[in-house]
Design a protein around this ligand. Sequence first.
Ligand code: NDP
Length: 612
Amino acid sequence: MSESLTQVAQKAGMKLPYDPDTLKQKYMAERDRRIRADGNSQYREITGEFAHFVDDPYVEPGFTRAPLQDEVDVIVIGGGFGGLLAGARLREAGVKKIRMIDRAGDFGGTWYWNRYPGAACDIESYIYLPLLEELNYVPKEKYSQAPEILAHSQAIGRKFDLYDDALFQTEVTGMNWDAKEAKWTVTTNRGDAMKARFVAMSNGPLNKPKLPGMTGIEKFNGHTFHTSRWDYNYTGGNSLGGLTGLADKRVAIIGTGATAVQCVPHLGKWSKHLYVFQRTPSSVDVRNNRPTDAQWANSLEKGWQKNRMDNFNVLVSGGSAEVDLVGDGWTDIFRKLTTIIARQEPVEKSKASSAEMAMLSELADQQKMEEVRARAAAIVKDPKVAEALKPYYRQFCKRPCFHDEYLPTYNLPNVTLVDTLGKGVDRITEKGIMFAGREYEVDCIIFATGFEVNTDYTSRSGYDIVGRDQNTLSKKWANGLSTYHGFYSNGFPNCFFMGMTQTGITANIPHMLNEQAKHISYVIKHAMGHNIRAVEPTVEAEAAWVAEIRKMASVGERFYAECTPGYYNNEGKPKDNGNGFLNGQYGGGPVTFFKILEDWRNEGELRGLEVS
Ligand code: NDP
């Protein structure tokens, strides 16, 4: 019989002020009451009568231009960090004709769309903002606010001449492979039919906003919008605050994920009354933002950003390093987890079974989460509200949040937390929101309900890809992704995927995108320099990579099966997750994955690729 957490804790000499098995039962109960049969399909796709929720509020309406039928070397779809990094690395590799395409009105991706008040990055800016040394720029604060990140995205576009030939306010509608010419034809909603030898796609993992699964949204007579299309005409102010338009407004926000954690303090400060409708609380730890020390910035030596990114990546992958250069909430989580485990001398690590090690890790996680819960209790004055704000799940079941103003907002007299006890709001009415038999009348409802995840890749990208022999990507990937190293799929030559497609993922997503961009530009440069018309993975290499991904997925599946539902675990159905968000990724971690790519490039043989 397997040991209990209490037994393992006793064996390890841990003196815990709580009972770990009872706590685990509480976690399981919190999960169970949130599991829904409809899982991921509970959400509403933003189409038809809801289409206005995704209109671009940041451009003048009425933009037109003549359709294009020209040809470039590489089309890059997506002008966020992934696309920008691909563009930059391709320029460095000497590629001349690059065309960037994005449905937005400018570069920036996530940071173009997400301009809600308080929007900021909570990965340290010095490692999060790409290409800082190339642009000779050091961010103003440890955690950059959204306008600085958007401006930096545009600066990358200018630095690498990516505005040349760029097409904004343009949605790709299809891609067709012409085997005779060995070129792609990319079509768009503006009537374009452009040719390109190569296409790199960085559509973004969280690019398509979604609405919650509840009735009545269309009935509401007040104002409403999604956080990723913030309506400053209504609220007044900007990303930095000053929402003066809300002074006489009763506002409701639905959702308490990472986005809500950042905008709730501004809403609380400016609204006449704010109702926060919570289904599951976020884990909210210390943030401690501060301005950049000019002396430190001046002392940075060549190669500093890569060193810092690598250092963070090692630490948040459970590895060890002599120094913790970033020293923030993320590295703290891992430091605590590893030191708590390392401290358990009675269960000598070398002698501990893997089951015992997993339980030690779980005990360490519980202790870290006890800290997070204690923080809520210490900050929020009303003990009932504080209790409702405590997250009862493991640290990485959901995206950890870091904020110093979120929890204090609940001490304001004009802010009400409506805890829906894991159920979610019942429905929307003409006047407001119904929950547990009470109608909350409001003037405005803001949806902080996140983005489409775990649906089909082509549903999220918004177009299908017709490859060799007229085969479509939607059909090939109908039962799950199939790639080699996450980049390419047999039958779709000269087509490169970036982002979360069977890749090695790290908490610092731009780091991952940079490694992907380097790799793609290496392959394209090689192909262009060696007269290679088409490059795609062999069936065998792809099958081996998919098998490798599946082999390690079971660890993630076990972990996520015990989590409260959310997009990290396919809304409580981690096994069905053929399109994997986290558990469909390379289980060996980002450090190993980046090394696999580097070694592959150093071999110089394009191993696993078929060239013609
Ligand atoms: P999330 O998907 O994380 O959160 C959606 C929220 O809506 C959850 O709290 C969810 O509750 C809630 N919800 C969904 N349906 C209902 C319902 N029917 N009734 C009540 N509540 C409901 O979206 P976010 O936009 O907050 O964040 C998305 C991601 O973007 C983050 O995870 C993070 O990766 C990224 N991000 C990063 C930031 C940064 O600093 N770098 C800042 C902001 C976002 P439940 O949990 O119960 O499902």
